[in-house]
Design a protein around this ligand. Structure first.
Ligand code: C5P
Length: 273
């Protein structure tokens, strides 16, 4: 058996931290979408589990049991070789590892395998939403998902090449009980009205991330200054930030602007949904 899976980048359009559980995990209220850009996985069934990691962001990604893809396959009792092509920067707040693990679970399920209940959440708080790979409002620590209808959003993703450790960002939060998002998410006609509404919501991790990693603030400033930007914000716990645009043409132009000024930053025009 051979199979292929796509692991799209996950973007938190909003991320409100609304509380903390006794085990230390934070309660979130987050609007999550996915990009038309991501990692690719090729699976070949076999006797034993093995992984090879290739692609522009392969460096530093473990090819053994430390990889979330390995843990996902193991949890579902799947064996064989997995070739993981890393297009997404890891540790970047766009769910690289979580989306890879989710794509592995989807493939196993599509091939008729059984996934033990609770596996996705056990692998990581972002894995359940990545398993859906579609727009969702995510609550709890990531286990409560409500599908949302959103327009396709032209966007630019920018990563300055610094990794910000998620636990350190959560630990640096000044306030752990912030207001949730508006109860009802309106129906949006176009990127413009969606961005206007998003502008009234937040990513509560942005402030601790910009304190711990000043490069994040630099990226946000640069995105704000691009032509036709509707909104700029950090995704997840960073360091990747995004900006929204009215059209893909404007997103590509912004990619050109940022790429020319900061050739060392990872910068991709994408469509989100
Ligand atoms: O579940 P995941 O491995 O993605 O989380 C990484 C770390 O981020 C956790 O160990 C925890 O410190 C922090 N975290 C949190 N609350 C969440 C998600 C993650 O405190 N909802």
């Amino acid at each position: 058996m051979k199979a292929k899976a796509f692991a799209p980048a996950k973007i938190n359009l909003t991320l409100h931290v609304t509380g903390q559980r006794v085990d230390g995990y934070h309660l979130l209220d987050s609007l999550v979408v996915f990009a038309d850009l991501g990692d690719t996985l090729h699976f070949t069934a076999g006797e034993a589990l093995s992984i090879s990691v290739t692609g522009e962001h392969a460096a530093g990604v473990p090819s053994d049991s430390r990889n979330l893809v390995w843990k996902a396959a193991e949890a579902a009792g799947w064996t064989g070789h997995i070739d993981l092509n890393k297009v997404l920067p890891h540790g970047g707040g766009i769910g690289g590892g979580s989306s890879d693990a989710a794509a592995t679970l989807r493939m196993i399920e599509d091939e008729g395998g059984a996934i033990p209940p609770g596996t996705a959440l056990r692998l990581g708080a972002d894995v359940p939403v990545c398993t859906s790979a579609s727009p969702n409002r995510m609550r709890g620590i990531g286990e409560r998902l409500d599908p949302v209808t959103l327009p396709h959003l032209p966007a630019l993703l920018v990563n300055p090449g610094v990794e910000v450790p998620t636990p350190a960002i959560f630990a640096a939060l000044q306030c752990r009980e912030n207001p949730p998002m508006a109860e009802e998410i309106p129906v949006f006609e176009a990127p413009q009205d969606c961005a206007e509404w998003l502008g009234k919501q937040r990513n509560d991790l942005e402030s601790p991330a910009t304190s711990l990693a000043p490069d994040v603030a630099q990226v946000l400033d640069a995105l704000k200054d691009t032509k036709k930007t509707l909104l700029s914000r950090m995704s997840g716990s960073g360091s990747t930030c995004f900006a929204l645009y009215p059209t893909m043409k404007a997103a590509h132009f912004a990619a050109y602007e940022i790429g020319a000024a900061h050739p060392d930053w990872w910068c991709r025009a994408v469509q989100l949904n």
